[in-house]
Design a binder for this molecule. Structure first.
Ligand code: HEC
Ligand code: HEC
Ligand code: HEC
Ligand code: HEC
Ligand code: HEC
Ligand code: HEC
Ligand code: HEC
Ligand code: HEC
Ligand code: HEC
Ligand code: HEC
Length: 318
C-alpha cells in the first residue's frame, strides 16, 4: 500500500473505532483506563506536607526551574508515574508507584522509575550486583522526598548510617581502636565501595584491593627496588580495612604478624640476633621478652616494611 493510501485507511479506521469503543466502555474512554499524567498541582492538594519537604531537594529545583525534558517537567509523576487514577481512588495501591515497604509496588518497577534517568555511569553494574540480586530498592538508601543528608539524598544523615541499617557488623568494626576516619566523617564507605555495583568483589571501587588503597596511600604503590611480596599481593595480608584493636589496623599483633610467614626453625628471624640466646628471650612471649621486639617489634630494624628504594634495603632496614 502506498503511504498516502495507508494513512487515509488509518484515519477511516480510527473514525470508526473511537465511537465503537465509546459505546463499549461508556465514559471510560474519555478518562482512560490507563492512568494519565495530571501534573503536580493535583498531587499537592492532598500531599502538601510531603511537597513541603520535597521542595528542599535538588530534584525539585531541577525539575521545576530547569527541566531538561518532558519527563523531568512531570515532577512528582516523573518518579511516581501517571497519577490520574490514584487521584480518584487513592486507596487502591496498584494505582500509583510507591517506594515505601507498606505500599508494596514491586522492587523492579520502583527501580525502573529511577533508572529511567540514572542508568549507566556509576550504576553501570547495578544489574546483577549483589544489592540488586538481594532485591534492594533505590529507596533503601535514598529518600528523595526530604533533604536528610548533606549530599546524595541518603535515607539517613550520613552514608555510613545509611549502610549500617543492614551492615551492623561494619559499624562495630569501625568502632575499634584503630580505624580510618569514617566515624569522624572524613571519609565514607563509598571511598572504597560502589554500592551500585562493581565487577570487583566485594563491590570495590577499583580493580583490586590494592588499587583502592593506592587512591589515598599513593606512597605505597611503589615500584620499589626491594618489594615485600605480601604487600604487593594484597594489603589485607596485614591490614583490616574496617578496623582493628591492634595498632595501625593490623590483623594480628606484632611480632606474630610477621611470624605467621617467617618462622624459620633456626636462626633469625624466629631467633633474633641476641647476645643472651635463650628460647624465651627471643620472642615477645613469656616473662623475658626480647627488648628488640618491643615497640615496633621486628620493625625496630626492618622499618621499611612496605618496600625500600635504598640500594642496601633488601631487608628493609633502610
Ligand atoms: C485526593 C487526594 C489525593 C491526590 C490528589 C493524590 N493523592 Fe497520593 N495519596 C492520597 C492518599 C489518601 C494516600 C494514601 C495514604 C496512606 O495510605 O497512607 C496516597 C498515597 C500516595 C502514595 C503512596 C504513599 C506510600 O505510603 O508509599 C504516593 C506515592 C502518592 N500518593 C503520590 C501521589 C502523587 C504523585 C499524586 C499526584 C499525581 C497524588 N498522590 C495525588 C491522596 C491523594
Ligand atoms: C525523584 C523521585 C521522586 C519524586 C520527584 C517525588 N517522589 Fe515521592 N517518593 C519517592 C521515594 C523514593 C519515596 C519513598 C521515600 C521513603 O523511603 O520514605 C517517596 C515517597 C512518597 C510518599 C509517601 C510518604 C513519604 O514521604 O514517604 C508520598 C505521599 C509521595 N512520595 C508523594 C510525592 C509528591 C506529592 C511528589 C511531588 C511533589 C513526589 N512524591 C515527588 C520518590 C520521589
Ligand atoms: C526524570 C529524571 C529523573 C528521575 C525519574 C529520577 N532522577 Fe534523580 N536526578 C535527576 C537529575 C536531573 C538530578 C540532578 C543531578 C544530575 O544531573 O545528576 C538527579 C539527582 C539525583 C541524586 C543526587 C542528588 C544530590 O543532592 O546530590 C540522587 C541521589 C538521585 N537523583 C536519586 C534518584 C532516585 C533514587 C530516583 C528514583 C526514586 C531518581 N533519582 C529519579 C533526574 C531524575
Ligand atoms: C546500598 C545503598 C544504595 C543503593 C541501593 C542505591 N544507592 Fe545510589 N547512592 C548511594 C550512595 C552511598 C551514594 C553517594 C555516592 C557518592 O557520594 O559517591 C549514592 C549516589 C547516587 C547518585 C548521585 C551520584 C551518582 O552516582 O551519580 C544517584 C543518581 C544514585 N545514587 C542513584 C541510585 C539509583 C537510581 C539507585 C537504584 C537503582 C540507587 N542509587 C541505589 C547508595 C545507594
Ligand atoms: C537494605 C539493606 C542494605 C543496605 C542499606 C546496604 N546493604 Fe550492602 N548488602 C545488603 C545485602 C542483603 C548484601 C548481601 C549480603 C550477603 O549476601 O551476605 C549486601 C552486601 C554488601 C557488600 C558485600 C558484597 C559482596 O560481594 O560480598 C558490600 C561491600 C556492601 N553490601 C556495602 C554496602 C554499602 C557501602 C552500603 C551503604 C552505601 C550498603 N551496603 C547498604 C544489604 C544492604
Ligand atoms: C578503606 C576502604 C574501605 C572502607 C572505607 C570501607 N570498606 Fe568495606 N571493605 C573494604 C575491603 C577492602 C573489603 C574486602 C575485605 C575482605 O576481602 O576481607 C571490604 C568488605 C566489606 C564487606 C563484605 C564483608 C566483609 O566485611 O568482608 C561489607 C559488607 C563492607 N565492606 C561494608 C562496608 C561499609 C558499610 C562501610 C562504611 C561504613 C565500608 N565497608 C567501608 C574496604 C573498605
Ligand atoms: C579515601 C582515602 C583512603 C583510602 C581509599 C584508604 N585510606 Fe587508609 N587512611 C586514610 C586516612 C585519611 C587515614 C588516617 C590518616 C591519619 O590519621 O593521619 C588512613 C589511615 C590508614 C592506616 C593507619 C591507621 C592508624 O591506626 O594509624 C592504615 C594502616 C591504612 N589507612 C590502610 C589502608 C588500606 C589497607 C586501604 C585499602 C583497603 C586504605 N587505607 C584505603 C585514607 C584512606
Ligand atoms: C607484611 C605486612 C603488611 C602489608 C602486606 C601491608 N602493610 Fe601497611 N603496615 C604494616 C605494618 C606492620 C605497619 C605499622 C608500621 C609502623 O609501625 O611503622 C603498617 C602501617 C601502614 C600505614 C600507616 C602509616 C605508617 O606508615 O605508619 C599505612 C597507611 C599502610 N600501612 C598502608 C598499607 C597499604 C596501602 C598496603 C598495601 C599496598 C599495606 N599497608 C600493606 C604492615 C603491612
Ligand atoms: C603474608 C606473609 C608475610 C607476612 C605477614 C610478612 N612477610 Fe616478610 N616476606 C614474605 C615473603 C613471601 C617474602 C619474600 C621471601 C623470598 O623472597 O624468599 C618476605 C620477605 C621478607 C624479608 C626479606 C627476606 C629475604 O629473604 O629476602 C624480610 C626481612 C621480611 N619479609 C620481614 C617481614 C616482617 C618484619 C614482617 C612483619 C612486619 C613480615 N615480613 C611479614 C611474606 C610475609
Ligand atoms: C635487632 C634488629 C632486628 C630485629 C628486631 C629483627 N630483625 Fe630480622 N634481621 C635483622 C638483620 C640485621 C638481618 C640480616 C640482614 C642482612 O643479612 O642483610 C635480618 C634478617 C631478617 C630476615 C631475612 C633472613 C634471611 O635468611 O635472609 C627475615 C625474614 C627477618 N629478618 C625477619 C624478622 C622478623 C619476622 C622479625 C621479628 C620477629 C625480625 N626480623 C626482627 C635484624 C633484626
Amino acid at each position: 500500500m502506498k503511504p498516502n493510501l495507508r494513512s487515509a485507511f488509518d484515519t477511516i479506521r480510527a473514525l470508526i473505532a473511537v465511537p465503537a469503543l465509546l459505546l463499549l466502555f461508556g465514559s471510560g474512554i474519555a478518562e482512560g483506563n490507563e492512568a494519565t499524567y495530571v501534573g503536580e498541582r493535583a498531587c499537592k492538594t492532598c500531599h502538601s506536607q510531603e511537597n513541603a519537604h520535597f521542595s528542599e531537594t535538588l530534584h525539585a529545583k531541577m525539575f521545576r526551574q530547569n527541566p531538561k525534558n518532558e519527563n523531568e517537567a512531570r515532577v512528582c509523576e516523573a518518579c511516581h508515574g501517571p497519577g490520574s487514577l490514584h487521584a480518584k481512588n487513592s486507596l487502591d495501591k496498584s494505582l500509583i508507584i510507591g517506594f515505601t515497604k507498606q505500599w508494596g509496588t514491586p522492587i523492579d518497577k520502583q527501580n525502573g522509575q529511577c533508572l529511567a534517568c540514572h542508568s549507566g555511569g556509576n550504576r553501570l553494574h547495578w544489574p546483577g550486583s549483589i544489592h540488586q540480586g538481594n532485591q534492594l530498592g533505590c529507596a533503601d538508601c535514598h529518600n528523595p522526598m526530604e533533604k536528610i543528608s548533606a549530599t546524595s539524598l541518603q535515607a539517613r544523615q550520613s552514608i555510613a548510617e545509611t549502610c549500617y541499617q543492614c551492615h551492623q557488623q561494619q559499624r562495630s568494626e569501625f568502632m575499634k581502636r584503630s580505624h580510618m576516619p569514617v566515624p569522624e566523617g572524613k571519609m565514607s564507605c563509598v571511598d572504597c565501595h560502589n554500592p551500585h555495583g562493581s565487577p570487583t568483589k566485594p563491590l570495590l571501587k577499583a580493580d583490586s584491593v590494592n588499587e583502592v588503597c593506592y587512591t589515598c596511600h599513593a606512597e605505597r604503590r611503589g615500584p620499589f627496588i626491594w618489594e615485600h611480596a605480601p604487600v604487593r599481593e594484597n594489603c589485607l595480608n596485614c591490614h583490616a580495612p574496617h578496623g582493628s584493636n591492634h595498632d595501625k589496623l593490623l590483623t594480628v599483633a606484632r611480632p606474630f604478624l610477621c611470624q605467621q610467614c617467617h618462622m624459620a626453625a633456626a636462626g633469625h628471624p624466629s631467633q633474633m640476633y641476641n647476645a643472651s640466646q635463650t628460647a624465651a628471650s627471643n620472642q615477645a612471649l613469656g616473662t623475658a621478652a626480647s627488648m628488640r621486639v618491643m615497640g615496633r617489634s621486628c620493625q625496630n630494624c626492618h622499618s621499611q616494611i612496605h618496600g625500600s628504594n635504598h640500594p642496601a634495603g633488601s631487608r628493609w632496614q633502610r
